[in-house]
Design a protein around this ligand. Structure first.
Ligand SMILES: Nc1nc2c(c(=O)[nH]1)N[C@H]1C(S)=C(S)[C@@H](COP(=O)(O)OP(=O)(O)OC[C@H]3O[C@@H](n4cnc5c(=O)[nH]c(N)nc54)[C@H](O)[C@@H]3O)O[C@H]1N2
Ligand SMILES: Nc1nc2c(c(=O)[nH]1)N[C@H]1C(S)=C(S)[C@@H](COP(=O)(O)OP(=O)(O)OC[C@H]3O[C@@H](n4cnc5c(=O)[nH]c(N)nc54)[C@H](O)[C@@H]3O)O[C@H]1N2
Ligand code: SF4
Ligand SMILES: [Mo]
Length: 688
């Protein structure tokens, strides 16, 4: 049997066709409009059968044996495991208040309906603490878009004449999006890439700006300076649809290319050329990515990039940056149930907490603060769903101390991880092909595609929705979770759109809730308080923040440990995201390991020579927080003085645990984003 669904082996949410026989996944193919020879393969999807049927899957609920955390796990029935978890929820509520319980989400279970269910459960239970990991992922970037023009834009790369890729590596992280870039290139579209590393995408660009890590805000302001000075901005759009252009002009004065280029590792001519080509070639779109995230200045740097889109008049134009038309859905989260006096543990970041009606809370570092420092109050019980925080959160030694200190930890996952080692109960989740869910990425762009179950759950694993619904009922929340099936829940949520699960099953390629329209702002304005693009944001000014990015100047070096650069002279970068793995996932899958057996530190030839390091040597990278050991790869792809340290190996190899190196003290003041992407470090050879 072959069936369409959506893959969730990573966050790209590609539509796929899956072949299943007798409840065995045989193969899966990504759907693409390109002819077979031109498609970009995804090794993870090709390994989907091995991943799904891995002998390492947890197929029964596990609870600690009589020795507790110092012992092992024993298998339990769902009834027993869920009773234990519900009982702990109620006990902590009774003794310390419902806010002492927190639900911490990784990205794997999706940000659509499954995120809404977790929020609904916790809000109805009475705890304001449902926290996602968006401060290190794209939600901080999403907020910057939102504060500038009301929504996160979607680049229309296929129809653009110029594509500016800013800290995104679609070749490895989103093959469908990479295909759109390739299609555009075949039509002669210009490509500019801003990346400190010569990625495959950078190598094929017309112009590659090898920006100094963490300095994107400075570069964006310099390009803005150039576009204003050369008067190549869109005068009509700026005059009619923006606030604060005068203040922007003033703020940009100090960022002339000639003045800032050396701080950026760039030639001023390249900055001018990039600005000139981008501003004069229309339509143009900007594809921004995780290179802008995990920086201590994520919010304002992304705002500056957003302003480039606006002043060049590319917003909401075909081939430019589309303002999405979200599918009308019910807000399921029940946030209104929470008493106003109950502050979440993320209360230090009030603007980030409130910027969107359903994104909710994402300053995940605050969860660790609350456990260890008991500020603003102690968290005592944690449910970790679809995440591996022991490895993926910043300053992982500190995170593990926090997990150890918890009084009760529940983990919902398919596999054992370094996080499940701290757990009291592990609940086995079903994989993405074993469940039906309403997927946020498929809805964002006004095309609802159902992620539809193609096979039964393996063993006793259960879909996340079912685990949450059953737990909720045990907490007495029958009224809030009345649905017997996920189809009922999805139909309830989708009701305002007029779309149902039955309709989606008839049209597996998706249903558009409305006709795609461009330049919608002409009728309704932008979804900001002024209805314009807010180059100048009064909301930010009211909170004592720069209303225009960097209007009070460049805030200084955002790189962690920059005050100790004499001891830690290299700039370390977190990367690369391989197309074979998703964060810490799949590092035990033979087919993928055959292609890529371990992580590397990429070192520039000059630096390697200076340290007597040759290809394949074992090297140690150290920061004030910790150290990792990996093999050296000598590579002209990185700038002299910088190292790229492989991401994602920490679950299977404690010596390659990148987040041992990262720092959670230097944080973005708006979003609480730690500077986990970039850190000063030192390098030594430790063996051959
Ligand atoms: N230094 C550094 N830190 C980073 C990053 C980096 O590049 N560098 N990247 C950051 C980013 S962008 C992100 S998004 C985070 C990712 O952080 P996490 O979300 O913690 O990362 P994963 O390793 O993908 O962990 C997902 C877990 O969910 C499980 N899982 C998979 N599917 C399901 C499911 O359907 N249901 C359930 N319940 N579980 C499931 C997997 O087995 C896995 O254990 O890491 C961040 N941390
Ligand atoms: N195969 C695979 N696909 C994935 C994932 C995965 O783990 N594996 N994770 C998924 C998730 S959760 C996410 S968030 C996305 C992320 O997808 P991407 O946004 O593509 O993320 P990365 O590859 O981490 O980083 C993008 C680029 O930023 C560059 N970069 C690093 N530092 C800087 C900097 O200071 N400035 C600039 N301008 N660029 C910089 C890196 O060199 C890299 O080429 O991918 C998703 N897809
Ligand atoms: S990129 Fe690959 S793993 Fe990620 S959703 Fe698409 S097909 Fe699945
Ligand atoms: Mo992410």
């Amino acid at each position: 049997m072959k069936k369409h669904t959506v893959c969730r082996l990573c966050s790209s949410c590609c539509p796929v066709e899956v072949h299943v026989e007798e409840n065995r996944l045989i193969a899966a193919d990504r759907l693409s409009s390109l002819p077979a020879g031109q498609r970009v393969p995804c090794p993870k999807l090709q390994a989907a059968p091995e991943i799904t049927h891995s002998p390492l899957r947890i197929l029964k609920p596990l609870v600690r044996d009589e020795k507790g955390r110092s012992g092992g796990f024993r298998e339990a029935s769902w009834d027993e495991a869920l009773d234990i978890v519900a009982d702990q929820f109620l006990q902590f509520k009774e003794r310390f208040g419902p806010e002492s319980v927190c639900w911490l989400r990784g990205m794997a279970a999706d940000w659509g309906a499954p995120w809404d269910y977790a929020n609904r459960l916790m809000n109805a239970f009475g705890s304001p603490n449902t926290v996602g990991n968006g401060s290190v992922c794209h939600v901080a970037r999403e907020m910057a878009h939102n504060y500038t023009y009301g929504a996160m834009t979607v680049p229309q790369a296929k129809d653009a004449r110029c594509i500016l890729v800013w800290g995104k590596n679609d070749r490895n992280t989103n093959p469908g999006a990479f295909e759109a870039i390739l299609q555009a290139r075949r039509q002669g579209t210009k490509l500019i890439v801003v990346d400190p590393v010569k990625t495959g995408l950078a190598a094929m660009a017309d112009l590659w700006l090898q920006v100094k890590p963490g300095h994107d805000g400075l570069l964006a302001m310099s390009m803005i300076h150039e576009i204003i000075a050369s008067e190549s901005y869109d005068r009509d759009f700026v005059a009619n649809w923006t606030t604060g252009f005068r203040e922007l002009r003033k703020a940009a004065e100090t960022f002339a290319p000639a003045r800032v280029a050396s701080d950026l590792w760039l030639d001023p001519r390249d900055i001018r050329e990039a600005a000139g080509v981008y501003a004069s070639t229309r339509p143009a779109c900007i594809i921004d990515g995780n290179g802008l995230d995990m920086q201590a200045n994520t919010f304002q740097a992304t705002r500056a990039v957003c302003i480039l889109r606006a002043i060049t008049g590319n917003l909401d134009k075909p081939g430019g940056d589309f303002i999405p038309q979200p599918v009308p859905v019910r807000n399921l989260q029940l946030k209104e149930r929470l008493p106003a006096r109950l502050q979440p543990v993320t209360s230090r970041y009030p603007l980030f907490n409130a910027f969107h009606p359903t994104w909710g809370l994402h300053a995940q570092s605050c969860v660790v603060d609350a456990i260890l420092e008991e500020k603003p109050y102690p968290l005592r019980m944690l449910v970790v769903q679809s995440g591996n925080p022991a490895v993926t959160m910043t300053d992982s030694n500190r995170v593990r101390k926090a997990l150890q200190k918890l009084q009760f930890l529940v983990v919902i996952d398919l596999f054992h991880t370094r996080t499940t080692r701290f757990a009291d109960v592990v609940l086995p989740a079903a994989g993405c092909f074993e469940k039906t869910q309403l997927n946020r990425a498929s809805m964002r762009n006004n095309l609802v595609i159902l992620q539809d179950r193609v096979m039964d759950c393996l063993g006793e694993s259960r879909p996340d929705w079912e685990i949450m619904f059953q737990l909720a009922r045990r907490l007495g929340l029958h009224g809030e979770f009345p649905w017997e099936t996920v189809e009922e829940a999805i139909d309830y949520q989708l009701e305002p759109s007029g779309i149902t699960v039955a309709m989606l099953r008839e049209r597996p390629s998706g249903i558009a809730a409305m006709e795609i329209a461009f330049e919608k702002y002409r009728e309704q304005g932008f979804a900001t308080p002024s209805r314009k693009v807010e180059i100048l944001s009064e909301r930010l000014r009211d909170h004592g923040l720069d209303a225009v990015p960097y209007m009070s100047g460049w805030a200084g070096d955002p790189i962690s440990f920059s005050d100790r650069r004499h001891e830690y002279p290299f700039i370390g970068m977190s990367g690369a995201r391989s197309n074979r793995f998703t964060h810490t996932q799949f590092h035990t899958v033979e087919a993928l390991l055959k292609m890529e057996p371990g992580g590397f530190v990429d070192i520039h030839p000059e630096d390697a020579a200076g340290k007597g390091i040759t290809e394949g040597d074992r090297v140690r990278v150290e920061t004030p927080r910790g150290e990792v050991c990996m093999r050296a790869r000598i590579s002209g792809a990185v700038h002299p003085g910088s190292l790229r340290v492989a991401w994602g190996w920490g679950d299977v190899d404690p010596e390659a645990d990148l987040n041992c190196l990262t720092d959670d003290e230097k944080r973005d003041v708006v979003t609480g984003t730690p500077s986990a992407r970039t850190f000063m470090c030192r390098l030594e050879k430790v063996g051959t």
